[in-house]
Design a protein around this ligand. Structure first.
Ligand SMILES: *[C@@H]1O[C@H](CO)[C@@H](O)[C@H](O)[C@H]1NC(C)=O
Length: 254
């Protein structure tokens, strides 16, 4: 048998733990810690202040879009670097000529409306941030994605799904209004039944191609402190398995 020659890549593979432990781990820690500090800073601001900042930041985005020369500048996209994105999407378009709009300030929870049972969030609000605020109020997003660093914007423009989705649908199905800035700088609020309803239904899974999301109003549900999970093994033929699966979808509380 011919022995394969040991190549550099084999060497790197067997010593990858050095890179993981001494570089990737410390870097990840610092990265997540900086996000956490930013979240804390956001939580210290009053809702009123966050809403004021939101209005200011929206104005800045509109101004930035106004600077775009459609004949020279490339397509509009966010300035978010591709390496922070959680997903399998190919982000090569960010290597091509493009016109960046910085949305990094859009990371505040703007309102928790306990009467309408709505959380109004900016797109970079992450799941850890929202559960830290709503869980002590005995509330939760109807579909709360389990990975802490997933963002509202990603879960809407991409797609989000979690265990409770078999009752409430995808993350985007729990959204009741979207505030979007269109390519021409117009800011609109799209809902199921207003004049921008086409946009409301088209934004989920659009990967940010139709406009930049500025905030979203998302359904909240009351939650208890603990979740009781029942695992129910099912045995039988395909038909019985399928029936048991279908039965598990029957909403019990809502
Ligand atoms: C949340 O629920 C717990 C347990 O039922 C209760 O003790 C607590 O007062 C509730 N908190 C709020 C803010 O309603």
């Amino acid at each position: 048998r011919v022995r394969r020659k040991i190549q550099l890549v084999d060497f790197l593979l067997s010593f990858r733990w050095i890179i993981v432990i001494f570089f990737v781990l410390p870097f990840s820690f610092l990265y997540y810690f900086s996000i956490y500090l930013g979240d804390m800073q956001s939580e210290r601001k009053s809702y009123k202040q966050r809403q004021m900042e939101h209005d200011e930041n929206v104005k800045e985005v509109v101004k930035r879009l106004g600077q775009r020369d459609a004949t020279k500048d490339g397509l509009v996209c966010t300035a978010r670097p591709p390496w922070v994105v959680v997903g399998m999407r190919n982000v090569d378009y960010k290597r091509a000529r493009h016109f960046e709009v910085d949305l990094s300030k859009f990371r505040n929870i703007l309102e928790i409306d306990t009467e309408r049972m709505i959380a109004r969030c900016e797109p970079l609000v992450n799941m850890a941030q929202i559960s830290r605020v709503t869980i002590p109020m005995n509330l939760s997003l109807a579909v709360l994605a389990e990975l802490d660093d997933l963002t509202v914007g990603g879960l809407i423009n991409g797609f989000g799904v979690e265990g409770s989705s078999h009752i409430f649908g995808l993350f985007s199905d729990t959204v009741v209004a979207l505030e979007v800035v269109l390519a021409d700088g117009k800011v609109v609020r799209a809902t199921k039944d207003n004049e921008y309803s086409d946009l409301f239904y088209a934004i989920p899974w659009s990967q940010g191609t139709l406009g930049l999301l500025l905030s979203a109003e998302i359904k909240l549900i009351p939650v208890d402190q603990y979740v009781k999970l029942t695992y129910k093994p099912v045995r039988g033929n395909l038909k019985e398995l399928a029936q048991a699966y279908a039965d598990s979808f029957a909403p019990k509380r809502w």
